[in-house]
Each structure stands twice: as structure tokens, then as C-alpha cells.
Write a protein that binds this ligand. Structure first.
Ligand code: HEM
Ligand code: CU
Length: 485
């Protein structure tokens, strides 16, 4: 590492241990929640009808909140690890956030498994306060408070990241590369893509989590004082602003693994350019404004918001995707890259992210949404870019960090098993959606059940593939030092 950077960067001995802890916990939780997913899909296929609707919705809430939270934390670890190369971050803050998150997990899991809370991870107002006898106010409060604690953990890390970025780069805008983009400074091709992405994530996710905190507190107030009933449309706007921004920030954090690790394999640098900076600025603004595509069927929403949601849906994901996919392919092309578990996972992640955006954009059109809204088309597209996009990026990072330069055969084989299972699973959702199978239904019509069963089998493959990738990593991780690629 250059001496100039050494003044700012976090020492290696401080960077790695906490990140390993995040990853080890993350991999185990991912696998456990995949099993929950398989159980749900099997229930929809009627081959596990003993689950019953009450437990199904508990599992759905657990799987949704758990996967979103785990993906968020794992992507945060990717972001933190690579940002700490360029700025001095505080590992104690990062560890504190992990401990807070585990407290949050205990509250959330307790609310669901003991308190029987089952309103879905989106806790859509006023459902948490209308349990029809399935759960008590205490369970709802614990769930909502758990999410709030998780949000606080993220904000603490972001505060540390933001301060460190400002210390080194002067401002978040400069880290995002705005002076270079607008010609006020010469384009410095050595400006790290990681710093640009981190600046974007900070801007959008602090806003997202702040909105989340507001709506969580309002939900708690409503639970304690039912007479205090906020406007339902406002609550829905806040919830989907938060949910949309949070999951997008997760994707844009995870992609940092591609920016940092692929160049090591291809032995070529990933250089920052004007189009790259323009794409990241564009997505910073659009991610914040596109969320009404979740409310296209809410007729009370002002029409201009729905139209904005539709139009921005066409463009929101595209700029960064294009510069990243193009940049990644240029990097790989004729580079003689070595295909091991880590590099294959990162490229699989790019593929899943790119392909998953297509059905998402289709559903972002009002005329399509009229038909596809709340069908399994929706889990179809988001599993595509989460399961085949974010998860492989995180696994690729873990595999790179844990490889110690050695890469076993099991992991590579696991990537194939994972990919086949994951694509099949997503197809079962998309085909179901195209046939108007509703999402979030515990019990399915007989005609749809084969898709549920095929989905459960595919999910089983995904789980096996994940274990084949994750177990060798988990075994190596404790003694892994800075990975030598
Ligand atoms: C083996 C892998 C997986 C299986 C079998 C699986 C299965 C399922 C099933 C059956 C549902 C309910 C679908 C419905 O609405 O009818 C679901 C929902 C969901 N899954 Fe997965 N999933 C898997 C992996 C993942 C991953 C990796 C993520 C994110 C990182 C994820 C995030 C979600 C979310 C956010 C929901 C929505 C819950 C809700 O509607 O409230 N899943 N999944
Ligand atoms: Cu969205």
C-alpha cells in the first residue's frame, strides 16, 4: 500500500478480525434463513401442509426481515472492509454495531417465534396493531423496536465512515467525485471507486434509515396509544421509501466487492472516469426519487408521483449497472483471469444483478403493475438480484478473504450448484407471477402447487451450494490473513 495512504488507512490488524466475525455470522444466518425459505416454498407446494397459515406468516416475516437485515449487514462489512483501505475507520464502532445488531436480532426473532408476530418485514401500518388475536401488542412493539435498534447500529457505522471520509477527502461531495465530474478538478483516475460508492451509500441510506426511524417510532406510538392514528398513506410512503432505499444501498455496498477484487484477478486497475462518476451521481438522486413504484396501485397517491416512479424505474438502476457490467467485462476480457470460487461468484453476482433488473423494470410500469402487483412476479425479480446478485457478491468477498491463496474444488463446484438452483428458484417465482399466482399466500391452488414444489427443490439446491461454498470458508476464516490472490 502506498505510504501516502498509510497515514489514513486502518491498520490491517484492526481491519480484518471484526469483518471476519460479520462474515462468519452472516454465512450461517443466510443458510438458516434459506432453509426457512425452502419450508415456505414447500408449504406452498402443499408437500408441507402441516406448517399452516399462522406459522407460514411467522416464517415469512422471519425470512424477510432476516434476509434483508443479514444482506444489509454483510454488505456493510464489504463496504467497511474496503473503505478502511483508504480512510481510518474505528473497529470498535464497527464491533459495537455488530453487538447492537445481535440484540436487535434477539428482539426480532423473539417477537416472531415467541410472540407470534407475523405482519411481514414491511410492518405495513396499521397491520401490526390489528393482529386478530395472533400476536399481542408487546410482540409488535418488540419487532418494531428491534428494527429501530438495527437502524441505530447502521447509523453509528455511517457516522464513523462519514467523519473519516470528510477527514481525508474534505467533503462527501468530493468523495463522490463531483468536482471532477463538473470540471472543477482534474479527473484523478486513481480516485477509488470504493470511495465513490461509499459516499453514495452514505447519502441515500442515512436518509432512508432516518425515514425508517420516523415511521417506526410512529408505529410504536400507535401501538401504545391506538387513538393516535397517523395517516395511512403517509406511513406507507415512509415505509417504502425506507425499504426501497435500504435494499438498494445494500446492493450498491455489495458491488464494492466487484470493484476491489475483480481487478486483483484480472491484474488491471478499475479506473474512475467521468461516465463512472456521472452514473453514481445519477443513481444517488434517482434511488431517492423512484420509490413510488411501490405505490402504483394506491389511487390516493398524487398521479405525478406514480408517473415519476414509473419513468425513473426505467432509468434508476441502469447507469451504475452499465458502467459496472461494462467495466467488469472490459476488465476480464483477455486478461487470462483465474476462475476460482471467488471470481466466479463475483461475476455471477454481476449477472444476477443485471438480469434481475429487467423484470423489476417491467413491473415498474403502471399498466403491467395493474396485473402483476402482489403476484409472485415480485419475489421473482427481487430474489434474482438479491439471491443471485447480492448474496454471490458477499460470498465472493468471503471466499476471497478466507482463501489464504488456496482455493478448494468444493467451493467451485458449489458455485455451479448454487447458480443452477437459484436461477430455477427465481424462474418458479416468475412463472408463477406470470400466471397471476399471488405472493404472500400460505396456501396455493392445486394447479400452482408444482411450482411451489419445484421451488422447494431448487431452494434445496441453493442451500447445498451455499454450504459447499461457505463451509470451506468458515474453516479457513479464523486463520486467514490478508488474502493473496
Ligand atoms: C434458498 C433460498 C431462498 C428461498 C427458497 C426463498 C423462498 C422465499 C419464499 C417462498 C418467499 C415467499 C414468497 C411469497 O410471497 O409467496 C420469500 C420471500 C422473501 N424472500 Fe426469500 N428465499 C430464498 C432466499 C432469499 C434471499 C437470499 C433473500 C435476500 C437476501 C430473500 C429475501 C426475501 C424477502 C425480502 C421476501 C419477502 C417477504 C415478504 O413478502 O414479506 N430470500 N422467499
Ligand atoms: Cu423499489
Amino acid at each position: 500500500m502506498a505510504t501516502l495512504q498509510a497515514d489514513y488507512a486502518t491498520p490491517e490488524t484492526e481491519r480484518t478480525p471484526v469483518v471476519k466475525l460479520y462474515l462468519a455470522i452472516g454465512l450461517i444466518v443466510f443458510a438458516a434463513l434459506m432453509l426457512v425459505g425452502v419450508l415456505m416454498r414447500a408449504a406452498q407446494g402443499a408437500s408441507l401442509s402441516s406448517i399452516g397459515p399462522a406459522l407460514f406468516y411467522q416464517l415469512m416475516t422471519l425470512h424477510g426481515a432476516g434476509m434483508v437485515g443479514t444482506a444489509g449487514l454483510a454488505a456493510l462489512a464489504v463496504n467497511w472492509y474496503f473503505l478502511s483501505r483508504y480512510v481510518r475507520l474505528n473497529p470498535r464502532v464497527f464491533l459495537g454495531a455488530l453487538i447492537l445488531s445481535l440484540v436487535a436480532v434477539a428482539m426480532i426473532v423473539g417477537a416472531i417465534m415467541i410472540g407470534k408476530f407475523a405482519a411481514g418485514w414491511t410492518f405495513l401500518y396499521p397491520l401490526p396493531a390489528n393482529p386478530l388475536g395472533q400476536w399481542g401488542t408487546g410482540a409488535a412493539l418488540f419487532f418494531v423496536a428491534g428494527l429501530l435498534v438495527l437502524g441505530v447500529a447502521f447509523l453509528l457505522v455511517y457516522l464513523d465512515m462519514g467523519l473519516a471520509i470528510v477527514r481525508r477527502y474534505g467533503s462527501i461531495a468530493r468523495a463522490l467525485g463531483l468536482p471532477m465530474l463538473f470540471g472543477l478538478e482534474r479527473v484523478d483516475s486513481a480516485h477509488p471507486p470504493t470511495v465513490v460508492a461509499s459516499a453514495m451509500v452514505l447519502i441515500v441510506n442515512v436518509a432512508g434509515i432516518a425515514a425508517g426511524a420516523v415511521v417506526l417510532v410512529m408505529t410504536m406510538l400507535h401501538l401504545v396509544f391506538p387513538a393516535l392514528a397517523p395517516d395511512a398513506l403517509l406511513m406507507k410512503n415512509l415505509i417504502y421509501f425506507f425499504g426501497h432505499v435500504f435494499i438498494n444501498a445494500t446492493i450498491y455496498s455489495a458491488v464494492i466487492a466487484v470493484y476491489e477484487i475483480l481487478p486483483l484477478y484480472a491484474r488491471r486497475p478499475w479506473k474512475v472516469s467521468r461516465p463512472f462518476l456521472a452514473a453514481w451521481l445519477a443513481v444517488t438522486l434517482m434511488v431517492l426519487a423512484v420509490y413510488p413504484h411501490h405505490l402504483l396501485m394506491d389511487f390516493a397517491l398524487p398521479a405525478w408521483m406514480a408517473v415519476m416512479g414509473q419513468i425513473l424505474s426505467y432509468t434508476s438502476g441502469i447507469p451504475v449497472l452499465v458502467v459496472t457490467a461494462f467495466g467488469g467485462l472490459m476488465l476480464i476480457y483477455r486478461s487470462g483471469i483465474r476462475w476460482d470460487a471467488a471470481s466466479s461468484l463475483l461475476v455471477l453476482g454481476l449477472f444476477g444483478w443485471a438480469v434481475g433488473i429487467v423484470p423489476a423494470v417491467i413491473d415498474g410500469m403502471i399498466s403491467v403493475n395493474l396485473v402483476m402487483h402482489n403476484t409472485q412476479w415480485v419475489p421473482g425479480h427481487f430474489h434474482f438480484y438479491l439471491l443471485i446478485g447480492v448474496v454471490p457478491m458477499v460470498l465472493g468477498f468471503a471466499s476471497y478473504l478466507g482463501s489464504n491463496g488456496e482455493q478448494g474444488q468444493t467451493g467451485r463446484l458449489g458455485v455451479g450448484v448454487f447458480a443452477v438452483g437459484a436461477v430455477l428458484l427465481c424462474l418458479t417465482f416468475l412463472v408463477s407471477g406470470a400466471n397471476s399466482v399471488p405472493r404472500r399466500f400460505a396456501v396455493h391452488e392445486e394447479a400452482w402447487q408444482w411450482l411451489g414444489n419445484l421451488g422447494a427443490l431448487s431452494g434445496g439446491l441453493v442451500l447445498i451450494g451455499t454450504l459447499m461454498i461457505a463451509l470451506p470458508i468458515l474453516m479457513r476464516l479464523p486463520r486467514a490473513r490478508l488474502s493473496a490472490v
